[in-house]
Design a protein around this ligand. Sequence first.
Ligand SMILES: Nc1ncnc2c1ncn2[C@@H]1O[C@H](COP(=O)(O)OP(=O)(O)OP(=O)(O)O)[C@@H](O)[C@H]1O
Ligand SMILES: [Mg+2]
Length: 365
Amino acid sequence: MANVTEDRVRDALRGVEDPELKKDLVTLNMIKKIDVQGDDVSVLVELTTPACPLKNKIQNDCVAAIKNAVPEAKTIDVEMGAKTVASDKPKDVLPGVKNTIAVASGKGGVGKSTISANLAVALAQEGASVGLVDADIYGPSIPQMLGVSEKPKVIDLGEKVTLVPVEKHGLKIMSIGFLMKEAGPVIWRGPMAAGAIKQFLTDVEWGELDYLVFDLPPGTGDIQLTLCQTIPLTGAVIVTTPQDVSLADARKALQMFQKVNAPIVGVVENMSYFIAPDTGVRYNIFGEGGGSKLAEEMSVPFLGGLPIDPRIRAGGDVGEPMAIGMADAEETRMIRELARNVAGNLSKINLGAKEKQEPRRATIA
Ligand SMILES: Nc1ncnc2c1ncn2[C@@H]1O[C@H](COP(=O)(O)OP(=O)(O)OP(=O)(O)O)[C@@H](O)[C@H]1O
Ligand SMILES: [Mg+2]
């Protein structure tokens, strides 16, 4: 019988492909350790994100490939680790933040804040370090949706003032509402909004983050454009509901990001349908399939959908996102899938951009 060796195990793993990145794990430099003790094999695979949508498949493929090529192996232990790939944004802006994600829509009230909050929580639950910025100057709703009542700590060192984000549900949270003097409507001009966002980028102690999610105000006006030019975006997630008016506005939002050269992570369809709890009958209240059609038309990924569920609304009202309050619900599974698709597509964007060696510049002054 042939010996079980590190080389034989590595050769077996050359046959395992990352289905999204379309290369084998050895070429992708994802095999971080191969340990052979007698006939016992243990391997450490390092994924490009802890929220990898294909984690289980890759793990199973590794075990199968080793079993097949090294049948003498008695035990095979494949451990899955992760190191989130960073985008190639300028190093001087948000130096510890690897990826920035904007959640946007053309139309108001389609669920950006709900999706932002749940996406951030779900990414954190997968093991990523995550921050959430409420950049909605018209109506900051993240503090309420996450049950944050305290204000960030201010460290005033005279020359420099630093804000420490509030921590809740495993996230670091900052809201534009924290910077407003009083509650109530505020009239912003583009440069003021951009100034507040710059403050989030430069004066907030974010530390090391895998993902920083920005919940944007609705629309595609000057303010949104200025914000998108100010944040060095790794990618944008577009939220829409299935009906035509929302889709038309979502298309405009997509085009806005294309204008500022920000990659589109994909389209999320919110309020896709409603299932009556008493009869189980499905109602397509806002129509059907609009989100995926839009994604196809614009050649961007479709990230998933969420039904209308009173529990999603209630979670937002009481400050406990669905992914926290209802860990076992079907909707929570959908939110997790959405978060994994976002993370997977960001990895693809980053690795694609790296291969092309084309660093993008944001216009932060
Ligand atoms: N899938 C859903 N099921 C039930 N209620 C939802 C769902 N998504 C969002 N909601 C509710 O709809 C309302 C609007 O959602 P949300 O505030 O997230 O939208 P928005 O796009 O951020 O709005 P705005 O444009 O005003 O910022 C909220 O009360 C929220 O709880
Ligand atoms: Mg909102």
